[in-house]
Design a protein around this ligand. Structure first.
Ligand SMILES: Nc1ncnc2c1ncn2[C@@H]1O[C@H](COP(=O)(O)OP(=O)(O)OP(=O)(O)O)[C@@H](O)[C@H]1O
Ligand SMILES: [Mg+2]
Length: 287
């Protein structure tokens, strides 16, 4: 009797022992699992923090670059504005109406240039810090492009010919117009600016023949081209190619374009030959 009880007791004790061990094992695995989850979470947080810091660092570099550039870039237009307004103030009674308008135009052009530069930097700051939200809306693509082409033609004057063609682009697309406008107007203005002899500029919209078609915007000019050593760098803030000579600019347009294209989920392909011309293709998802 005694030995049977001992045996049962032994089995109970053994069962309790095994259960305890299993319990401990389970707790330990749980503990490890929780710890591993925590470590993973910590690693993720750390990565996010690193990314944010890097973004902040890049923004700070852009900001300080901008301050040093702005003080330099603003000096010339400010001097022009000062001279033109002084002339108007002291000698307007001796000036012909035509001369007066010429001086006022000059002031307005310089102010516009400075405003553009400030706006560009503001846009860069906002997009890079993620503060510029994507606000897609339905647009009539052809009219939208034509409006920008018209504005460009007006700004460029009669010397330039801008040819616009719609091959088979979709009629309406849902896109954030402010980003699309930045891409088109900056690329058109570059194509014209870097074609100093008034060579023809073309802008074509179509659809790619991919399985899922994308919108293709193609800009072609026959201007000064971009030397191959500069091609990779022109998307950096303030970078200008070696062959720009006296053509003015701040080197921000392409950085803005790159930003806008990436925000819209697209790609940029550049092909350019010095003294022959430049071709830029932008592919954007059709939504
Ligand atoms: N179509 C083009 N033909 C030749 N060079 C070009 C063309 N587009 C861009 N580039 C080169 O790339 C550089 C960067 O272009 P980006 O538009 O960023 O600056 P920018 O035209 O100099 O000044 P802005 O900020 O006023 O646009 C230009 O300075 C120029 O050297
Ligand atoms: Mg430009």
């Amino acid at each position: 009797m005694q030995s049977i009880l001992d045996h049962t007791q032994f089995r109970i004790l053994a069962a309790i022992f095994v259960l305890t061990i299993v319990g401990i094992y389970h707790n330990i695995t749980q503990l490890f699992k929780t710890q591993a989850d925590r470590i993973r979470q910590l690693e993720q947080n750390l990565k996010q923090l690193e990314r944010a810091l890097l973004q902040e660092k890049e923004l700070n570099t852009i900001k300080s670059q901008f301050i040093s550039r702005a003080s330099h870039e603003f000096r010339t237009p400010l001097a022009t504005i000062q001279t033109a307004s002084d002339l108007l103030k002291y000698y307007s009674h001796k000036m012909s109406e035509e001369k007066k308008i010429e001086r006022i135009d000059k002031i307005q052009r310089e102010v516009k240039g400075m405003t553009n530069m400030l706006e560009e930097v503001l846009v860069i700051g906002k997009t890079e810090s993620g503060k510029l939200e994507l606000q897609p809306e339905m647009i009539d693509l052809e009219s939208f492009c034509l409006e920008i082409v018209e504005q460009t033609r007006l700004l460029a004057g009669d010397k330039y010919q801008v040819i616009f063609e719609n091959i088979n682009a979709p009629l309406n697309i849902a896109i954030d117009p402010k980003f699309l406008r930045q891409i088109i107007s900056n690329l058109l203005s570059n194509a014209i600016k870097y074609s100093p002899n008034g060579e023809e500029v073309s802008f074509t919209i179509s659809q790619t023949s991919d399985r899922i078609p994308r919108l293709l915007l193609e800009f072609q000019d026959q201007g000064i081209g971009i030397p191959s050593i500069d091609q990779e760098k022109i998307f950096e803030h303030f970078y200008r190619a070696h062959n720009v000579g006296m053509i003015s600019g701040t080197g921000l347009g392409m950085a803005i374009i790159k930003n806008s294209v990436s925000v819209l989920g697209g790609t940029i392909t550049l092909s350019s030959i010095e003294n022959k011309g430049t071709n830029i293709q932008i592919k954007l998802p059709i939504v």
